[in-house]
Write a protein that binds this ligand. Structure first.
Ligand code: PMP
Length: 380
């Protein structure tokens, strides 16, 4: 068997592992921040109708500019995110991962750097690597919020070309205040007075936040981009549909690197059907937000330390580890295994002494909370 190392792969890919959460066959899967609710039957039927229509023209390439879909997404943002955007300021791709990749292809690349505040979504660094962009790791406070002064100092010193601000942040659930984003954006432009720097606000979990969207910040800031997805709030992770909102010039820039006809006619038809059912899907989001708040409260009641969450998941601990004062005589990995032994799969993201659980259905969350209480009792 040939090993990767024997192939002429790029040096920076040697010895690396691909992104991947375990896809295990477990009764209660709360490890990948999916929406637990299947799409409603009326929407499934509408998808079938729309896809049937699209299938009649599959001999042709799809609409390269996804005109109707971008108009639908722009209308959705205008209605729900507190700022009017037009279709020319919206761009769509196969998941927000592809949006982020296109942004780094256009604004990062060899000889350039991207900065993120870690722990954060690990794909930011991996997409940077895949696009030949250098990666810079910025700090967070003990409570996982971004310390503006420390962040501004890193930006002034490192002068990144791209900055990722994940809000709410994965895996911690932490929302970033609008004034913090404004300060980072200002510092980024000041550090590169010649060319400016791109600030990417990754709002994959925006709909679950207690706070309004950061979308209005794009006004008057052509170097600020908001990234969103239908994977979480729209319950459509399998669809692969992400999008951005920004100054139309950013959309022109990503068109320079996107593959022609990147978004299939089937994807566009399905996403348009999902948009028709926005209100039902946002109803599920409200239920998930209430469940998320319940998980936070009930985990705290067991004596665990729980990070404030604005997402559809909750970070909890502390377990034994290098930087952790444990509340239980278990490492994060031992706790992960103990929950798995009870049929509940959560995520060990490698944050010292912490685990992350996705909000599921009330029954799944009960199963998770019961398992936590059982393990806690056994180890006290
Ligand atoms: N951003 C963040 C912060 C995420 O957590 C995820 C998915 N886990 C994504 C982007 C990518 O999601 P998708 O490609 O499904 O839109």
């Amino acid at each position: 068997m040939t090993r990767i190392e024997e192939l002429p792969v790029r040096d920076e890919l040697r010895g690396k592992s691909p992104y991947g959460a375990p896809q295990l066959d477990v009764a209660v899967r709360l490890n990948t921040n999916e929406n637990p609710y299947p799409l409603p039957e009326a929407l499934v039927a509408r998808i079938a109708e729309r896809v049937t229509e699209a299938a009649r023209e599959l001999n042709r390439y799809p609409d390269r500019d996804a005109t109707e879909l971008r108009a639908g997404l722009a209308a959705y943002l205008t209605r729900t995110a507190g700022h009017r955007v037009g279709p020319e300021g919206v761009w769509a791709a196969n998941g927000s991962n592809e949006i982020l990749q296109q942004l780094l292809q256009a604004f990062g690349g060899p000889g350039r750097t991207a900065l993120g505040f870690e722990p954060s979504y690990s794909m930011h660094a991996l997409i940077a690597r895949g696009t030949g962009t250098g990666w810079l790791s910025g700090p967070r406070r003990e409570d996982f919020t971004i310390d503006v002064d420390a962040a501004v100092a890193v930006i002034a010193e490192q002068r990144p070309h791209v900055i990722f601000v994940c809000s709410p942040n994965n895996p911690t659930g932490t929302a970033v205040a609008a004034r913090t984003v404004v300060a980072l954006h200002e510092a980024a432009q000041a550090a590169r007075p010649d060319s400016g720097a791109l600030v990417v606000v990754d709002e994959a979990y925006g709909e679950f936040s207690h706070h309004p969207s950061l979308l209005p910040l794009i006004e008057g800031r052509p170097n600020l981009v908001l990234s969103r997805t239908m994977s979480k709030a729209f319950g459509a992770a399998g669809l692969r549909l992400g999008y951005l909102a920004a100054d139309p010039a950013v959309v022109d820039a990503v068109q320079l690197v996107r593959l022609p006809y990147h978004l299939s006619a089937v994807t566009q038809a399905t996403a348009l059907a999902a948009l028709e059912h926005t209100d039902t899907l946002l109803g599920y989001v409200e239920q998930l937000k209430a469940e998320r708040d319940r998980i936070v409260a009930e985990l705290r009641a067991t004596g665990l330390e729980v990070t404030e969450s604005d997402a559809n998941f909750v970070q909890f601990g502390r377990f034994e580890g290098p930087a952790a004062t444990s509340t239980l005589p278990l490492t994060a990995h031992e706790m992960w295994q103990a929950l798995l032994d009870r049929g509940v799969l959560v995520r060990d993201n490698g944050v010292p002494g912490r685990l992350r659980v996705t909000a599921g259905t009330p029954a799944e969350n009960d199963a998770f909370l019961d398992a936590v209480r059982a393990v806690t009792k056994e180890n006290n």
